[in-house]
Design a protein around this ligand. Sequence first.
Ligand code: DAH
Length: 334
Amino acid sequence: MTTTLKEIETQLQILQKEALSAIGETDTIDELEKLRINYLGKKGQLSEILRSMGKLSPEDRPLIGGVANEVKEEVQTQLESQRQHLQRVQIAAQLAAETLDVTMPGVSRHLGRVHPLNAMTDRIIDIFVGLGYTVASGPHIETDYYNFEALNTPPDHPARDMQDTFYLPGEKLLRTHTSSVQIRYMETHTPPIRIVAPGRVYRRDTVDATHSAVFHQLEILAVDRGLTFTQLKGTIQEFIRQIFGADLPLQFRASYFPFTEPSAEVDVQWQGKWLEVMGCGMVDPNVLEAVGYDPEIYTGFAAGLGIERFAMVLHQIDDIRRLYNSDLRFLRQF
Ligand code: DAH
């Protein structure tokens, strides 16, 4: 079989026509690449046609070579322009799909926050930790011994009336103050002692704007050789200075607690008024003896404060019940 120049030229023209129209119909870059391989690849249609050039006379070959190059260039140009076209379409589709509407309302994520009572407890603890104290705790269900007797408050003692107690079956009671932790801690440790004991306490009080049957106290206890009332005053003064953020006038007003001697109430002058903020005193020798400490060697000072009281004064909260209601409109203000 002989192949003529004319035949090859025709084949090339058909190939070009087919290729250009097929390229124009592609929708993806993958399809386009398949066409490129099919027409221009090493084993593609163009190479196949050119292989038959071998059967031409030497004078005809360059002519066909020229035509073939033109066809190749045409097809390549068309491939390239279609490739650019498809790429633009692809990018446009991607942009449309990934459009971000910056005017849409955001998704708000509610942050939890620390309850004002816990925040106040943490602040008070931090101040005492800064003074070298550690944190201690004790049970809420107590015995008469830890809540009263070891704290120098025997059964017939009039001071028991100061705190109406919730009694439980089995000679148990709900602790009326955190002072019980003093005894538990001293029983299991030896001086020097510096602790704070925050926690919940319980009293048979009628609930009103300033009273709750369940509230929180923080107990302070230091026992060592040679502790004096002056050190108690200095400690409280430093605490008040830090918690109120100012050196406020202080008054140690003589008072009575069974477990301290002498005892005092601490008043702070705050925004023109004297506020009673805590009870304190030197640990009564009877209390030291109850835990097996020799009061001839050791002395101690103690204090107790109401955490709600501090939260209410410092945040100007008018009703203690707001601290327990879990009303988010209130809690979100802290
Ligand atoms: N326990 C007392 C109360 O609940 C508060 C108190 C007063 C604690 C004097 C003390 C203290 O440690 O020394 O009213």
